[in-house]
Design a protein around this ligand. Structure first.
Ligand code: NAD
Ligand code: DAU
Length: 351
């Protein structure tokens, strides 16, 4: 007996979204024990978890979800009541240069976790495998329409193909072995602790360093942005009140064309840094991402109507908070960019 009401395994808890989810669960549920399993790849960083690292209901385990034997032994060591699975390779550009890494982690890693859950949970009810996925599994929208939970899968990048495959495996384990599961598919997240290879922190980091701001193609692609703490809150809601076998779409009701977003970000940075020359002068239109999806837009009505979740922050407010965080945490930026850090842009274009 652990002495805790529940033991929950959160994978990828040292990454961007995972660290917000771990902090929310550790702080909000002192009667739960939270076990954070993370390999600490370039994207995982224990500095993201400083505020809770000594909490009595928290334990960190370093390990690889691709190692099936290790995952089996972890499920023997702990009697998990639930899994919230976020560990993944998450960057689309990296999936274009190294698809196999995405197959390994996102597909094989997920199946290893499903196997361990199936074997150690048997038919015990009340145990839940909650898989965190992406709206990119639905492919690309044209100018109109929204992704709903009924939209057919049509992944276009190696990243989204690997996430779509992992979603299919989760549903297959529900159908074939009776595993209780939930899947949520979320739109683009932004906020503190996001690795600066993704659009918003990359632009912030480059403005701070006076470097060029690479906008792919003509900057006309559209994304639906959600503040990361709102996603973490949605995950909490779905984990506790969602129904087994269901899918929930999570989105910000907040579509932005990339170039308009970058302009707004530059205006915020100009003001905060009191720049004489606008940082918009740093914008450079570069070669487009291969197979670049035009538009994502989530219809999150089901989550709103059935479970009462809505995003809490306006985009401008969220972006200001995000910029403030990066400006106050330049040491974090320096640290995470000092090792293997290389952006797709740096790899493919002279800087
Ligand atoms: P991230 O890249 O910031 O973090 C991923 C974490 O997984 C890192 O801590 C990394 O160390 C860990 N990890 C990677 N490989 C591992 C392995 N083999 N074993 C154990 N741990 C490993 O990712 P993120 O942006 O926080 O995304 C988290 C999840 O949410 C992913 O599954 C992603 O597909 C999904 N998602 C992300 C977004 C987004 O906008 N970032 C939107 C929707 C869904
Ligand atoms: O939609 C959810 C997905 O959002 C998640 O599943 C992924 O894990 C996450 O990385 C994100 O994928 P995107 O490819 O949409 O995010 P990214 O930040 O890489 O790019 C956002 C948009 O900005 C996209 O249209 C490409 C463009 N872009 C990106 C970078 C890094 C640029 O124009 N320049 C850049 O330097």
């Amino acid at each position: 007996m652990s002495g805790f009401e529940r033991q929950i395994l959160i994978t990828g808890g040292a990454g961007f979204i995972g660290s917000h989810v771990v902090k929310l669960f550790v702080n909000q549920y002192p009667t739960y024990k939270i076990i954070n399993l993370d390999l600490l790849t370039y994207a995982g960083n224990l500095e993201n978890l400083k505020s809770i690292e000594n909490a009595s209901n928290y334990e960190f385990v370093k390990g690889d979800i691709v190692d099936g034997d290790f995952i089996q032994s972890l499920f023997q060591k702990f009697d998990f009541d639930g899994v919230i699975h976020l560990a993944a390779e998450s960057h689309v550009d990296r999936s274009i240069t190294d698809p196999l890494a995405f197959l390994q982690t996102n597909i094989l890693g997920t199946v290893n976790l499903l196997n361990a859950a199936k074997e150690s949970w048997k038919s015990e009810s009340g145990k839940l495998f909650y898989h965190i996925s992406t709206d990119e599994v639905y492919g690309s929208l044209q100018k109109t329409g929204f992704f709903t939970e009924q939209t057919a899968y049509d992944p276009q990048s190696p990243y989204s193909a690997s996430k779509a495959s992992s979603d299919h495996f989760v549903r297959a384990y529900g159908n074939t072995y009776g595993l209780n599961y939930i899947i949520s598919n979320c739109s683009n997240n932004y906020g503190p602790y996001q690795f600066p290879e993704k659009l918003i922190p990359l632009m912030i980091n480059n403005v701070i360093g006076g470097k060029r701001l690479p906008v792919y193609g003509k900057g006309e692609n559209i994304r639906d942005w959600l503040y990361v703490e709102d996603h973490a809150r949605a995950i909490d809601t779905i984990y506790h009140r969602g129904h087994s076998g269901e899918t929930y779409n999570i989105g910000g009701f907040n579509e932005w064309k990339n170039i308009d977003l970058v302009h707004m970000l530059c205006e915020i940075m100009d003001k905060k840094l009191q720049l004489k020359d606008t940082s918009k002068n740093l914008i450079e239109f570069v070669k487009d991402r291969a197979g670049h999806d035009l538009r994502y837009a989530i219809d999150a009505t089901k989550l709103e109507k059935e479970l009462g979740w809505r995003p809490s922050l306006q985009f401008e407010e969220g972006l200001e908070k995000t910029v403030d965080w990066y400006l106050e945490n330049t040491q974090w930026l320096d640290h995470v960019t000092s090792g293997v850090y290389q952006t797709y842009y740096q790899e493919h274009y002279a800087v």
